[in-house]
Design a protein around this ligand. Sequence first.
Ligand code: GUN
Ligand code: FE
Length: 671
Amino acid sequence: MFNEKYIFHGTIIDTPDPSTLRIRKQHICTVNKGKIEIIKPADSLNTVDVYRDYTIIHLSESQFICPGFVDLHCHAPQYRQVGSATEVPLLQWLDKFTFPNEARCADLSYARNLYTKLVSRLLRNGTTTVQYFATIHLEATKILADICQEKGQRAYIGKVCADRNSPDFYIETTEESVRHTEEFINYVHRMEKGRDIAEMKALIHPVVTPRFVPTCSLDLLVQLGQLAKKYDVHIQSHIAETADQVAFVHALHPDVGNGRDVAIFNQTGLLTNKAVFAHGVYLADDEVDHMIASGSAVASCPIANFLFSKGITAIERFRRKGLKVGLGTDVGGAYSSNMLPVVRAAVFGNRTMDFVSIDRSIAALPEFPEHKDPDIDFKFAFYLATLGGAHALNIDTHIGSFEIGKEFDALLVDCNKDDQAFDYWSEDEKEVEESLEKSSPYSPRTCGRGSFQYGLILSIMFIAYTFFVGGNYQTFSKFYFSFLKFEKFKLSNEDASWGMILFWLSSSVGRFLFAIISIFLSVNICLSIIWAGALCLAAAWLTYVWIVGLSSMSLFLLGAITGLIFSPIFPLSFGYFNQRLNVIPMLLGLLLCGTALGAMSSNKIAGLVMDHDPNHFPTLLAIWILMATLLYIASHLVYFCHRRPSTDTGRECVNEEEKGVMMEITNKENK
Ligand code: GUN
Ligand code: FE
């Protein structure tokens, strides 16, 4: 799929920031060579010339696309033991179960089989980017890199380094550890998708990976720091994870950086802006500041933290301070290789803050804290699993959300599959759709509904135009009152100026009123109502003046109604144009200003004509009506010509391969 061109048509969901779930319904996203070219409302889809060579994929009502998950911390060999024996403390768990299990990857056919299953499983789970710990074995680690390349998963892979505090069967010398790490870096950089000039575009990346401080001598850490610098590559390790680990580090290095992980990594050149450290549950505030200053990031693994850390990463506080944070499964120190349970656990973890310290042995109710909205809700957690993770790896300009120029790294989710774990309610879908249909993209209601900036700018312009820019009040007042000065009606100038005020006020009120009405009705319905109203009024006015005659009272009323009805036509017409063509808000602003200029010019011309002979007024009015008619017809014609002839391919899902991996989540709880 990488070299082909696609148009995805349907619902696009992402989280551009932690508090925004952006749902773009009925949108198109065009993808060329794996990159997003255009995202815009489907209304403006124009296949006639530009998109002829694109394959269209129409998403059904129950489908949507969202960004692929980024798993910042996954131990590939531990897929075989995922979540097992996690009742014991971390250091015991490593000794008794994990090191023996990881050592099995010395057998390359075992490793190949295991890693093939793991990468396929993660892709099926919707994880398109993973930062892996492999094992200390160079050849098995190369196999993992090959499999990721072959299956098209973006992978940051580390050969694990451990030259002490490890069992005899799973340890390396310092020299071996450094040499093999360097060999692995060179191996990846020689892979087809392992290196390019911009680096970010590579699919497979080598990561310098000291397992954690206890298994690495200071000498090894220093040499790994030098390697990371020499090749300018990523770094990963564990940091401040559990009480036993923190105590062990302190016992090993009482004199180095006060026995703290952050200081030790810093002193050995491993605290860089390309480093991601797992956990960080026991980080002190000054250590967080230190990490922020270095540009390094934290991979929070909430499920593993529940099991081993007896605490959670203070995700929200870290982010507020400015630390980059994403999420990791921490397979197999946690139950799931799937990011969805991790997203949920991030929400749970944050909730526990509210109640873990409450003493329930006494009557606890009076001590319950007041309800406050949680710091981490589903939007925040989804952000962490997508754009937040990408930010931690410094590839947020590249993947993690849907923006023009980014890679189309996406999942196709179908909420209505036979074998899924929940039921699908299509009525809910319709309700959302109806409420969206009612509001126009020019209304303040659109703000926050996916087109925040777009809706906001248009709304501000529309309202500003309503009050300040609309200059055509003079046109009609001049028409009216020049005409009124004509002898046969015998009205004084004073009457005329009151009429002008009334007209001016009603013009503004009319525009404002329709700005509000267009929140609830679509622009074209508003336009049709107002246009029909204006036509009736014009007919009534001509009949009244020429057949019945005028009184000053009826003229004032007529002036007011005319202002109310005619004045919104121009802004609505241009709003409608924009809705159909989806021009940029700036262009719409120019068009609106253009209407004011046009109105002022026609005012001048009309004034000259009227001064010359007031009897021309009906002719001018007829010309104006003709112009409004043409505008109305033109806007419909433009829409009609731009409507895309639909060619449903009937395809459900484009499958993986290369970048722009498109996955189908079946909503099953995967292992
Ligand atoms: N610290 C060092 N190694 C590991 C590991 O494999 N899992 C976890 N959770 N922590 C570690
Ligand atoms: Fe880990």
